[in-house]
Write a protein that binds this ligand. Structure first.
Ligand code: ZN
Length: 461
């Protein structure tokens, strides 16, 4: 922070001098913008109107399409205060961030809107003077109306969630008969995906695969036609088939991709569900050797069809990042989200132990409710009784899987909880502590997300 033009606390990287000088400053009540023109100084609050003005005046505060870049990385920012830390980090790395990235589930749980999420990202980008391209992702959308909302606000990427159209309960014994056009197209043929990967289907596998993915493929093709065909919206299109009960085999991936592309869908990325467990907020659980061989096949298929592989629930998967980097030849999209919240809570545990203790107990009490939204292997009996922990031991809870997951999945309940005894909710109190410690929070994010980028082999600039 520097003193500038009569304001004691100005974000140095936000200063844009000219006939019209604009910068961001802060005082006790928070951040605000300053516009100086012809000797006249105006203080402007951060709201949707001023975000629109910034996006008009400064193109770098508008999101761009980044999935076409070799290395893109979804950071997300559930609380709307993590992007400054992300921006500082991505200035230093040769990868393109997606700062705004929320699913409908996250919007509902945090009581935010797509407009608010994008505005918060634009303000953070302006404040940090982040001049590289960055993206905005309407993540895991399932309905045309939500896609239209996000695109009309200027989101530069849509992640279509096909999970409701994927029929996981189909097995070889209950799959309906195979339509003749699939028989003609696939049976008895070999498909050379290149790099030594040749795929072929037997009848049972093909019948099962067509039955599981057929409807999802038509759904994705319909959405593509409605929103992306003929450049209707200038945005990237990601197809996600990851939120399902069973992993996507390379053969199923190939079939889905071939059908999509033959239907004229131009996809930028596809997110399969990988083998093993990609649980939220903790490292990979599963057979590393199997993962290595399957991700190689998935990456070859993606290259064959000309899109990038997208890795969802990518936070904290340190054990497999080098394998992802290798298999994809350094061309990937990796999404993280909740891990920023965990770093925020680590800061809370260090800076306001009393508040952390309260929230931790509330999280324990609401764990069962939170399990309705997320699948985790968290074992509450492995979390030490917080009353036996000293204050300085509290941040260490964020080095342990069970306590990480406890805090991870209860975020929505914590943020929406109204507290009867205190004058404000947890949400207000958490935001206040994080704002007062914004430098610490930014540093924690730089370190934590930086470790992701390092293991993914992203070079420093
Ligand atoms: Zn996903």
């Amino acid at each position: 922070m520097i003193e500038y033009r009569g304001f004691p606390e100005v974000y140095e990287d936000s200063i844009n001098e000219g006939d019209l000088t604009v910068f961001m400053a802060r005082d006790d009540s928070g951040d605000f913008l300053v516009f100086i023109e012809k000797g006249e100084t105006r203080k402007v609050p951060l709201n949707h109107e001023s975000a629109e003005i910034l996006r008009k005046l400064f193109p770098f505060t508008r999101p761009s399409r980044v999935l076409g870049k070799e290395r893109s990385f979804g950071t997300g920012d559930r609380l709307g205060i993590a992007t400054p830390g992300h921006a500082k980090l991505f200035k230093k790395y040769d990868a393109y961030p997606v700062f705004a990235q929320q699913s409908m589930r996250e919007l509902n749980l945090t009581n935010r809107s797509y407009s608010d999420v994008l505005d918060a990202a634009s303000f953070a980008v302006f404040r940090e003077g982040f001049k590289k391209e960055w993206g905005a992702d309407g993540d895991h959308l399932k309905k045309a109306e939500d896609i239209r909302d996000a695109l009309s606000l200027g989101y530069t990427m849509i992640t279509l969630d096909c999970s409701e159209h994927i029929k996981n309960d189909i097995t070889e014994s209950n799959a309906p008969p195979l339509p003749q056009h699939y028989v003609d197209k696939y049976l008895g043929k070999k498909f050379d995906a290149g790099e030594g990967l040749v795929l072929s289907f037997n009848e049972d596998e093909l019948r099962k695969t067509a039955a599981i993915y057929g409807e999802a493929i038509s759904f994705a093709a319909g959405i593509f036609k409605e929103f992306f065909d003929d450049g209707k919206y200038d945005a990237d299109f990601e197809i996600s088939i990851d939120e399902t009960l069973t992993p996507t085999t390379p053969l199923q991936h190939f079939f889905t991709a071939k059908e999509l592309i033959d239907a004229g869908v131009a996809l930028n990325t596809l997110a399969p569900r990988f083998c093993g467990d990609f649980q939220k907020g903790i490292d990979y659980i599963g057979d590393i050797k199997q993962f290595e061989s399957e991700i190689k096949a998935h990456a070859i298929i993606a290259r064959h069809f000309g899109y990038k592989l997208s890795i969802h629930s990518g936070s904290d998967k340190f054990a497999v990042f080098p394998l992802i980097a290798q298999a994809t030849g350094g061309s990937f999209h990796v999404k993280t989200a909740g891990t920023n919240w965990l770093e925020a809570m680590r800061v809370i545990a260090a800076k306001d132990p009393a508040l952390y203790r309260e929230v931790h107990k509330y999280a324990l009490a609401s764990f069962e409710e939170a399990c309705k939204y997320y699948t985790v292997s968290c074992d509450l009996s492995k979390i030490r009784d917080i009353d036996t922990l000293k204050d300085e031991e509290l941040p260490g809870l964020f080095d342990l899987d069970d306590s990480r997951q406890l805090t991870h999945i209860t975020y929505g309940l914590i943020l929406s909880k109204r507290n009867e005894t205190a004058s404000s909710s947890y949400r207000d109190r958490l935001y206040r502590v994080l704002r007062e410690n914004s430098e610490e929070y930014a540093l924690a994010l730089e370190k934590h997300i930086g470790r992701h980028l390092d293991l993914l082999g992203v070079k420093k600039l």
